[in-house]
Design a protein around this ligand. Structure first.
Ligand SMILES: [Zn+2]
Length: 168
């Protein structure tokens, strides 16, 4: 209708409504329980949302919405709260979701193991260039075999499968 002004509401109001309307994780498709809202690549918590109180209208909101992602706790932690140095854990996780039939809990287990392994490698000052070309999981297993629990070896082999898949 000509001359009709779009009603404005605070952005935070839109964000809260949006948050409550999301049911599944954008990355793994899991039903959302505790979720993280990501805006322009950053997790925004309740306090941050409350501060985003500038008035906007529906047109602006449509654009803002394109830059929002709803993630489950698990996916948001991997994506934004960890700094893995040896493995591409994010891509590994997406590989497990996309290319295998594993359940969500099994994938979680693999990812958690790989993250712990990553922490162990950091603690050992394991040479990072060993990973530079990828596919050196077996060597890492050999190097650390005295200290590695078999669970980690299994996760490492799975990661090796991911690297092989990525190359093919
Ligand atoms: Zn998820």
């Amino acid at each position: 209708m000509p001359g009709l002004l779009l009603k404005k509401r605070p952005l935070s109001r839109y964000l809260k409504d949006y948050k409550h309307s999301q049911t599944h994780c954008f990355q793994c498709g899991k039903l959302l329980d505790r979720m993280a809202l990501v805006f322009r690549g950053k997790v925004i918590n309740k306090e941050a949302i409350a501060r985003m109180d500038q008035p906007i209208d529906d047109d602006v909101w449509l654009n803002v919405q394109n830059e929002l992602v709803a993630l489950c706790r698990f996916c948001s932690e991997i994506a934004y709260n960890s700094n893995p140095s040896y493995f591409d854990i994010m891509a590994f996780k997406q590989y497990l979701f996309g290319q295998t039939e594993m359940s969500h809990s099994t994938i979680r287990e693999y990812v958690v193991r790989l993250r712990r392994l990553d922490e162990m490698l950091v603690a050992h000052n394991y040479p990072a260039d060993t990973f530079a070309n990828g596919g050196n999981a077996q060597r890492t297993i050999d190097d650390l075999s005295s200290t590695l629990h078999s669970n980690y070896r299994i996760a490492l082999r799975k990661y090796e499968q991911y690297l092989a898949w990525q190359k093919s």
